[in-house]
Design a protein around this ligand. Sequence first.
Ligand code: ZN
Length: 176
Amino acid sequence: MLKIVQTGDPVLREVGRTLSVDEIRSDAIGRLIDEMRETMREAPGVGLAAPQIGESIQLAVIEDRIDYTKDVSAEVLEARRRSPVDFHVIINPKISIVGDAAVDFFEGCLSVEGFVALVRRATNVRVECLNERAEPVIINAQGWYARILQHEIDHLNGTLYIDRMQTRSFSTVENI
Ligand code: ZN
């Protein structure tokens, strides 16, 4: 497993550099993706950005598995518009907000361990990126998946949810 760095580590505040097509297709990046997938599942988390494991590059992995929500009520899943997302990789992403709709929900981060806070996020986003084969991909996402994408792409640009949170909602996981 890779070590997940915690807030205060300067790498979390850097803007990751973009990857070339040759780099994306390299064995080194292939191995990194495998390790990031296993580290994310072990955590467990629904996303992991390369800066969180100390690599300042524009790459993140995302996966929202159905077993992560087996103890979450149907009402909560419905309110959050959360449904499973297959494992995938986003590289060099460009995100745009679609429409004006935004919602407040508690979110956490593997690099701000033990805490959560209310964060307002757009409900609909569009992401243009490359996949792990360096093929162009367009993602149109809604609900919780849109939140995950915003959170992970923030990481690639040196931003953490604590920069966007409603500060008085900041809470330990126990207290929530
Ligand atoms: Zn995070």
